[in-house]
Design a protein around this ligand. Structure first.
Ligand SMILES: Cc1ncc(C[n+]2csc(CCOP(=O)(O)OP(=O)(O)O)c2C)c(N)n1
Ligand SMILES: [Mg+2]
Length: 323
């Protein structure tokens, strides 16, 4: 089931962010039962950037994300049943049950892939953008990575090449201040993401306000320039994950961040802010719809079969075609 998102922008933003949160809260709740056969990296608290960037895209555009990919998959309009089944390791999952939460894809809606390997999206997105330009095809590419990907050489190489060739790509860093348990201050003498992009001649901007509407406007300006053939653009968007790096729990007891810091970010909740723009009756109808879509997806996943043993090695190596 691919549900149509609401027509009104404020309702659509709320619907997508609330769907991401509700889906992930359910996944977190059932995680101890072992129904989910995959590590999970939750976006609870940081739903807005993915939803906002997808808001400015067209059907011909492509997005590449990371292992923290449920949000981007939902925001881009991926099939919820197929993602739930994938997390459950079932044969009708979007990766046939072999990819798990960290390797989601829905190419039919331009959600190309996510990967567990930090920064892998960058060269792949850059290659896709190169192909679009080379073949003179319409569309732009969005590459979303975390702040940790900027520590990887391939991210810099990809930005450099994209600028050199004037590729139609929007580079996005979701800066949630940590890579696993390492804060920016332990990893970079200067967390100057925009300056790094500008060093390659890529115009850069930063979105700090925790408001999905503001993010949409920031992404729209950058995407428009890319679409206009002006070459790559870069946007850093500040955000924060509420749960642990991997797994369903909160983790302030680990000591790398404080409960006070988490509370400050929970206060800035984009979802609550977006809900504040909506009429109570509209909100309640959307919440009912979301609850039923999440229940439907999880029931579908539960009832689906596991892959057959003889399927184990299929689609693992390239065999001359996709069957
Ligand atoms: C090439 C590579 N190096 C290291 C790792 C281990 N690793 C997994 S997640 C992660 C942190 C990435 O943080 P960030 O990019 O900020 O994304 P976030 O988890 O905050 O969304 C690291 C270093 C990896 N998966 N791949
Ligand atoms: Mg991070």
């Amino acid at each position: 089931m691919v549900a149509e998102a609401p027509d009104v922008r404020s309702e659509r933003l709320y619907y997508k962010m609330a769907l991401i949160r509700a889906f992930e809260e359910h996944i977190a709740a059932i995680y101890p039962t072992d129904a989910v056969k995959s590590p999970i990296h939750l976006s609870i608290g940081q739903e807005a950037p993915a939803v906002a960037v997808c808001e400015v895209l067209r059907p011909e555009d492509a997005v590449f994300g990371t292992y923290r990919g449920h949000a981007l998959y939902i925001a881009r309009g991926g099939n919820l049943r197929a993602m739930a089944a994938e997390l459950f390791g079932k044969a009708n999952g979007c990766g046939r049950g072999k990819a798990g939460s960290m390797h989601l894809g829905a190419p039919e809606v331009g959600m190309m892939f996510t990967s567990a390997i930090v920064a892998t999206g960058a060269p792949n997105a850059m290659g896709y953008a190169f192909a679009l330009k080379y073949r003179q095809q319409p569309g732009i590419v969005v590459c979303m990575v975390g702040d940790g990907a900027v520590d990887e050489g391939v991210w810099a190489e990809s930005l450099n090449f994209s600028a050199l060739k004037g590729l139609p790509i929007l580079w996005v860093v979701e800066n949630n201040l940590y890579a696993i348990h390492a804060p920016l201050s332990n990893r970079m003498p200067r967390p100057n993401f925009c300056q790094r992009a500008e060093a390659y001649g890529i115009p850069a901007s930063r979105i700090a306000e925790q408001d999905a509407d503001v993010m949409v406007d920031g992404f729209a300006a950058a995407a428009e320039a890319v679409r206009d053939g002006q070459g790559p653009r870069f946007v850093e968007v500040e955000t924060y994950r509420w749960r642990e790096h991997v797994g369903p729990n909160e983790d302030t007891s680990l000591g790398y961040r404080t409960a006070e810091e988490l509370a400050v970010w929970k206060d800035k909740d984009c979802l609550k802010r977006c809900a504040g723009n909506l009429d109570v009756a509209v909100l309640s109808a959307l919440d009912t719809r979301i609850a039923s879509e999440v229940a439907d997806a999880l029931a579908f996943a539960e009832a689906s079969p596991y892959p057959d043993d003889e399927d184990l090695l299929r689609h693992v190596f390239h065999d001359g075609g996709c069957v």
